[in-house]
Design a protein around this ligand. Structure first.
Ligand SMILES: Nc1nc2c(ncn2[C@@H]2O[C@H](COP(=O)(O)OP(=O)(O)OP(=O)(O)O)[C@@H](O)[C@H]2O)c(=O)[nH]1
Ligand SMILES: [Mg+2]
Length: 694
């Protein structure tokens, strides 16, 4: 037996920037639905959703958490996501698991760029969207400002279904606009309220909002619109079906007001989720695709082939890896098999659980819309498609943000050396955005994440879960060297040692190439002064010499080398001798061709609140940035610039502090540019000093 029937099920992902009250609101859902016996609080450390040590320490979510409740006759599965953009992969993957997206908007801070990003992702994914304007009890709560921002930033009409009565200390409850009733709440977190008439001083504003809502609802359907224009009253059934239809089409954003912490105004939202949010059957299904471009439809029915998507992997100290799966079609029972279509392997499953915070509740059967966990799959990873039959079709994976923060990691002790890579692999299985790779040029292991916090939490987890300790350092910049002049040189290798001698003689012309062109080798030998068989050896020698430039030992790029003359010896010449000759010639040429240092330049886009713009520009200027342009984005400014990588390695924590965590940036490699001469001198000195010290 399944816990809920598909049509009586709602899958809801809770989204927004950090601190707006997602976890608090989800706790209120659970408490009101009697799934918990007390209202969990993030600050008291007793939230059933923020239970990981990293979350308790920071008093904010780091991982997405799952739970479910039954409210009246409907089962609701929800995913509470972390709002910090260091952990945005949790939200991005979570979007694949739900049909509805509930945005929690802070009545004080309103909509920040991260919420805006999540909004576009939820829209692109085709989720039905609704919102809760939270913290109406807090000082400076401004409901109307949020409505303005919804229109301007989310670019959608707000449809106010509950209005706050009072604000800040005098926040008393909400008006249900369509029912024209007031609900006056206790402030003890119990969620108890009494129904009352709309306060006299709010009657006018309520009527105004009511007419606006009815007009917006009438627009959903032509026949309704005709009725409305002819002045007929629309029945509550008609309004209800327009509400569900308009929500599904994204014609407006239903808005509820309240306080999650005080559990005020939450039940009307819960009723709405039951009545109007999409069930797994109402939702337009994602499509299965094969590698050769064929598609296959999924039907959210129990008697179809099982199809599930793994949107999360958790390592549990007792059960090992837990794969968290959204079922799109078919059913699954314990002790059965499925095929991992992404990897082409069969997997056997034992028990099936529903996750309720950290608790795991065994369940006998899951079907369309259920979000569940299975333990110990052998090859399955986050992002895999699971099917009941062996078919070469998979669901599409989401695009992840580019990582911007790199740190060099090194094991603290010898014992950590062997454990480090397998442990990182497990972390990457859980968080597909996190990357670990070896920089070929610098030889360092680089841990790459979305920000300082992302990396720090990964390192904490490495220690806590796998007992591996690492040190973090700012990574070295992969400088390159190039030349600015041409030269013609001879490289001659001649040795007479006893019997067989060595003889190679190569004349090369070395010239600068356009930036980014790399390396060109031209064979201009005429008359066989160097036999053909030795020419590749000269080239090899040249390439070897380029691996370590004369200034700092970094690789040399953007040069053309023409081999134009030489000589050989019938007996003493060999490939080895010509390779050495090529290498000698190149070393000599590089010294003569006025070498310079090149550094990576990054394109960077920074989005910050207007009031921080001056500080952000000042800081960027001190980092040798070239500002390229600015664009207004609501109350935020988007700034594009080019900055040397060397100056931006530690940008993430600085931007966080300048903007009080309200700024974000993305970055990508633009090109290599010459390092300014004074800085080049310093870098060359440093390399020399380090060499001398050895
Ligand atoms: N006064 C007041 N405080 C609230 C309300 N809702 C949440 N808070 C507080 O705001 C802070 C953040 O709440 P959370 O529920 O952790 O917010 P979140 O959206 O889950 O944050 P992240 O997990 O970081 O994304 C906590 O200190 C809460 O106690 C509210 O309605 N009123
Ligand atoms: Mg949270």
């Amino acid at each position: 037996m399944r816990r809920y029937h598909t049509e009586n099920l709602r899958d809801v992902i809770i989204l927004s920037q950090s601190g707006s009250g997602k976890t608090s609101l989800a706790e209120a859902f659970l408490f009101n639905a009697k799934a918990t016996t007390r209202l969990g609080k993030v600050l008291d450390g007793n939230s059933v959703l923020d239970f990981e040590p990293e979350e308790l320490k920071r008093q904010s979510s780091v991982f997405s958490a799952l739970h479910n409740y039954k409210w009246k006759n409907t089962g609701v599965f929800f995913v509470d996501t972390p709002g910090d953009n260091n952990f945005s992969s949790e939200a991005i993957l979570g979007l694949k698991s739900c049909d509805n997206a509930l945005f929690v908007i802070d009545a004080i801070d309103s909509i920040k760029p991260h919420s805006e990003n999540l909004w576009s992702k939820a829209s692109a994914e085709g989720l039905a969207r609704l919102c809760f304007v939270n913290k109406m009890d807090r000082e400076r709560a401004d409901f109307d400002q949020v409505l303005t921002d919804i229109l301007e930033i989310f670019e959608i009409k707000p449809l106010v279904l509950t209005m706050p009565i009072g604000a800040e200390d005098s926040f008393k409850g909400v008006i249900d606009v369509l029912k024209k009733k007031a609900y006056l709440y206790e402030k003890d977190g119990s969620g108890s309220f009494t129904e009352a008439d709309v306060p006299a001083d709010m009657l006018d504003s309520m009527e105004e909002v009511y007419s606006k809502v009815v007009e917006d609802l009438a627009e959903v359907d032509d026949t309704l619109m005709e009725k409305y224009l002819e002045g007929e009253t629309l029945s509550s059934d008609e309004l209800a079906s327009a509400l569900a239809a308009g929500l599904a089409k994204g014609q407006f954003l239903p808005v509820f007001a309240g306080s999650a912490l005080l559990n005020m105004g939450v039940q009307p939202l819960m009723d709405f989720i039951n009545a109007s949010c999409l069930s797994p059957k109402d939702r337009e299904m994602p499509v299965l695709k094969s590698k050769d471009g064929k598609t296959r439809e999924i039907k959210p029915e129990e008697d179809e082939i099982f199809c599930g998507y793994v949107f999360k992997t958790m390592s549990d100290p007792y059960t090992g890896a837990l794969s968290i799966i959204r079922c799109f079609s078919g059913t699954l029972t314990p002790d059965s098999n499925f095929v991992n279509a992404s990897r082409g392997v069969k997997e056997r499953i034992g028990s099936i659980f529903l996750l309720e915070g950290k608790a795991q509740k065994p369940i006998e059967q899951v079907g369309p819309g259920d979000i569940f966990a299975v333990a110990k799959l052998k090859e399955t990873k986050t992002g895999d498609t699971l099917l009941g039959e062996s078919l070469n079709f998979t669901l599409q994976n989401p695009a992840f943000p580019e990582t911007i923060m790199n740190m060099a990691v090194s094991p603290k002790t010898k014992a950590d050396v062997e454990k480090i890579l397998p442990a990182f692999q497990k972390l990457m299985d859980e968080d597909p955005v996190l990357k670990v790779y070896r920089d070929d040029q610098t030889g360092e292991f680089i841990l790459s994440g979305l920000g300082q916090l992302h990396i720090e939490i990964a390192v904490d987890r490495l220690k806590r879960r796998f007992g591996v300790e690492v040190e973090l350092k700012t990574p070295r910049v992969p400088y390159k060297e190039t030349i600015t002049a041409s030269a013609k040189v001879q490289g001659k290798h001649k040795k007479q040692t006893g019997g067989h001698g060595q003889y190679g003689d190569a004349w090369i012309e070395v010239e600068p190439l356009e930036r980014g062109k790399g390396f060109e080798f031209v064979n201009s030998i005429v008359g066989g002064v160097i036999p053909k068989t030795y020419i590749p050896a000269v080239e090899k020698g040249v390439i070897d010499a380029m691996a370590s430039g004369p200034l700092t030992g970094n690789p040399v790029v953007d040069v053309r080398v023409s081999l134009y003359f030489g000589s050989y010896h019938d007996v003493d010449s060999s490939e080895m001798a010509f390779k050495i000759a090529g290498s000698l010639a190149m070393k000599k040429a590089l010294d003569e061709c006025r070498p310079i240092l090149l550094e990576p330049i990054m394109d960077i886009t920074v989005v910050v609140p207007e009031d921080c713009m001056g500080d952000v520009m000042g800081d960027l200027n001190s980092r040798r940035a070239k500002i390229e342009g600015m664009n207004a984005r609501g109350k935020y400014q988007e700034l594009k610039a080019q900055v040397p990588l060397a100056e931006i390695l530690t940008y993430a924590p600085t931007l966080t502090s300048i903007t009080s965590a309200r700024g974000t940036y993305t970055m990508s490699f633009a090109r290599m540019d010459p390092v300014p001469y004074n800085i080049q001198e310093k870098l060359v000195e440093e390399v020399k000093a380090a060499k001398d010290a050895k």
